[in-house]
Design a protein around this ligand. Structure first.
Ligand SMILES: Cc1cc2nc3c(=O)[nH]c(=O)nc-3n(C[C@H](O)[C@H](O)[C@H](O)COP(=O)(O)O)c2cc1C
Length: 178
């Protein structure tokens, strides 16, 4: 698979998911795109949590500032997002509603505060009914609530890379894990 057919789209507020996205890119290549909103979430964590809970209740899809040019040219799309409110964050739902990923291979990955991916990978399946969805990857990231922001750095980033490589090998995206 030539790496210009790989897109890595991610949402990341405190950069843990971004760290995983960069590790994936280092190992398989591809284009990295960060999802940005027309109207960013508040800096305040609690205000953000409250806004997200409301958006999830009403099904609101926040408009994206990020535009992906010629999505048709990509065959493999990695989708990275943190767990928010035990779900897929609203901006990633916006992305999946906006772009038609039928026929593509979708590979989800997630960071969370230790409570797991929640319903996020199920939502990928629900919103991409005509895509081939490979086994996702999830790893513990930060805990903004307690002031832990970027955690996947230094030794932790090296450990994460070992896990990411095992997963990429398992789903047959790379040949070796060394
Ligand atoms: C609005 C919001 C809601 C969150 N809800 C959860 C949650 O329900 N479960 C969980 O394990 N972590 C939750 N987290 C923590 C993030 O998933 C975790 O810190 C993740 O690593 C953040 O990724 P990022 O650094 O790429 O933004 C939440 C974080 C935010 C900002």
């Amino acid at each position: 698979m030539s790496s210009n057919k790989i897109l890595i789209v991610y949402l990341s507020r405190t950069y843990n998911t971004k760290a995983i996205a960069q590790i994936i890119q280092k190992n398989v290549g591809g284009q990295l795109i960060s999802l940005e909103l027309e109207k960013p979430y508040p800096e305040n964590y609690q205000a953000t949590v409250q806004q997200v809970v409301k958006e999830n209740e009403t099904g609101y899809l926040p408009p994206l500032k990020t535009k992906v040019d010629s999505i048709e040219k990509y065959e493999i799309i990695f989708l990275g997002f943190p767990t928010w409110d035990m779900q897929m964050p609203p901006p990633m739902k916006s992305f999946l509603h906006q772009y038609n990923l039928a026929g593509k291979t979708i590979i989800p990955f997630n960071t969370n505060a230790g409570y797991g991916v929640g319903s996020g990978f199920q939502t990928v399946k629900g919103l991409c009914p005509k895509s081939k969805i490979l086994e996702g990857f999830e790893i513990r990231g930060g805990l903004e609530r307690d002031g832990q922001y970027l955690v996947i750095k230094g030794e932790k980033a090296r450990e994460a890379e070992t896990e990411v490589k095992k997963w990429l090998h398992k789903i047959k995206l790379i040949k070796e894990t060394l």
